[in-house]
Write a protein that binds this ligand. Structure first.
Ligand SMILES: C[S@@+](CC[C@H](N)C(=O)[O-])C[C@H]1O[C@@H](n2cnc3c(N)ncnc32)[C@H](O)[C@@H]1O
Length: 254
């Protein structure tokens, strides 16, 4: 898939623009990253920790991810790795580092890049996200990306090849040990998942198009093969729904 580097570079660049946007516009310096993935160059905490109140909690259900974060990232109280399943919010919320992150009631950034596509059922992804947003402090934002082939021209050979490669990539995840396949979604399906939130303009775009002053003339953002959005919690906040009961690791609810 010759365009794979572009897809991931665009996603990463979007993530950094979104983090900077959240810290400048929303004064958000604390982030919870769900489905964090293995450590990579330009980690989020490089952008965040220069701020005195900066903190990043990386959460992933893969023990190799949490082990690597603990191994390679600086040992600082402002960086934590949590092993938890984002579809079981209790495994995330009851962790001490996440409690610390949320303790002060200041808004946080919830980051879901490259992870919503692991959930096959759109309703399940919608319910899971609502379980988080109902518990986040007012003013918090959600930063999300999602794999897509939307916008490609099915009648164009090059576009059709791109779409085919993206589909193969999604399936390949499922053939890798202990990983679910990824699922493509459209703007409307991502909008449904983010339904409890207010999208920040320009709304859902391809990753390379979101607040990108460097987008080159003639660039085709659809070739990012990935959607992006930053959204605010709506106000007033509604009390957590019954679907939002947290199940702790020991099975109790709160
Ligand atoms: C494609 S990687 C994306 C990593 C990173 N967020 C990024 O943008 O590069 C997906 C990550 O999500 C994690 N993941 C998948 N399903 C998860 C779940 N239900 N709970 C927590 N982590 C999950 C995987 O272990 C993997 O590390």
């Amino acid at each position: 898939m010759p365009t794979l580097p572009r897809t991931y570079r665009d996603e990463r660049d979007f993530l950094h623009r979104a983090i900077r946007f959240a810290s400048r516009q929303g004064h958000i310096h604390r982030f919870l990253v769900l489905g964090a993935g293995l450590p990579y160059t330009r980690p989020i905490h490089d952008d965040v920790l220069p701020h005195p109140r900066g903190m990043v909690v990386y959460a992933d259900h893969d023990e190799y991810v949490t082990a690597h974060v603990r191994l390679v990232e600086p040992e600082l109280p402002q960086i934590a790795a949590v092993r938890g399943d984002f579809l079981e919010p209790g495994t995330i919320f009851f962790d001490d580092a996440v409690r610390t992150l949320l303790r002060h009631g200041s808004p946080i950034g919830l980051v879901l890049t490259g992870v919503l596509e692991t959930v096959a059922d759109t309703d399940q992804a919608t319910t899971a996200l609502r379980c988080y947003t109902e518990r986040l402090p007012a003013g918090s934002v959600v930063i999300a990306t999602h794999a897509t082939v939307e916008g490609l021209d099915a009648g164009d050979t090059a576009d059709a090849t791109l779409a085919e490669h993206r589909r193969i990539l999604c399936d390949t995840y499922g053939r890798t040990a202990h990983r679910p396949p990824q699922h493509l979604r459209t703007t409307e399906e991502l909008r449904q998942i983010l339904g409890c939130l207010r999208l920040i303009p320009p709304g859902i775009t391809h990753t390379s198009a979101w607040h990108n002053p460097r987008l080159a003339h003639g660039d085709r953002p659809v070739e990012s093969l990935c959607l992006a959005a930053v959204a605010h919690l709506r106000r007033p906040r509604t009390p957590p729904s019954s679907a939002g009961h947290l199940r702790s690791v020991d099975g109790g609810t709160r």
